[in-house]
Design a protein around this ligand. Structure first.
Ligand code: ATP
Ligand code: MN
Length: 150
């Protein structure tokens, strides 16, 4: 049923909770695991220019150490936890509007399940879903499994 599972992660605790669910499913289904971190240009457009965003997509961070660290910590967490179970992962970092980049990644890579957190780094506790999750639900046709924070 599921061959390629995408975990979009912002490195938050809730996203990390979602990782365990995704890995368990990957194990059950023998699915490939993809981890995607999006450098949020809504949040960073004031400090990053278009050329820098292109470079991020190519893995060339130059002076952008903080961006690289945050991205690699988020996707690396997935890879580390997956390795403990003997599962390989594909790590990817892109730059743009998170929900758009998630939807694009789903289309471009034949993703058939998305597993993500209900909330993220903003730390705002609400009854509603976080905006990235809500918009992802609206912009992708793949099934999305939303894991609530503990
Ligand atoms: P908001 O951002 O609307 O203030 P929030 O930070 O609490 O709210 P979201 O940003 O929607 O909530 O995060 C929900 C989930 O979406 C996260 O657990 C993670 O799985 C995913 N996500 C959020 N931001 C990103 C990102 N930049 N890259 C990849 N995945 C993300
Ligand atoms: Mn957020």
């Amino acid at each position: 049923m599921y061959e390629r599972i995408l975990i979009p992660t912002d490195g938050s605790e809730t996203a990390e909770t979602a990782v365990e669910h995704a890995l368990d499913l990957a194990e059950q289904y023998g699915a490939e695991v993809h981890a995607l971190y999006v450098v949020d240009t809504n949040a960073m457009s004031l400090s990053l220019g278009g050329e820098q965003l292109d470079r991020i997509e190519q893995g060339q961070y130059g002076e952008m150490d903080e961006v690289r660290e945050r991205a690699e910590r988020a996707t690396g967490y997935v890879t580390d936890r997956a390795a403990e179970r003997g599962i390989d992962t594909v790590e990817h970092v892109s730059a743009g509007r998170p929900h758009s980049m998630i939807a694009n990644y789903v289309d471009d890579n034949g993703i058939d399940l998305v597993v993500m957190g209900s909330h993220g780094r903003s730390g705002v506790r609400r009854a509603l879903l976080g905006s990235v999750t809500e918009r992802t639900l609206r912009s992708t046709r793949a099934p999305v499994l939303v894991i609530d924070e503990d």
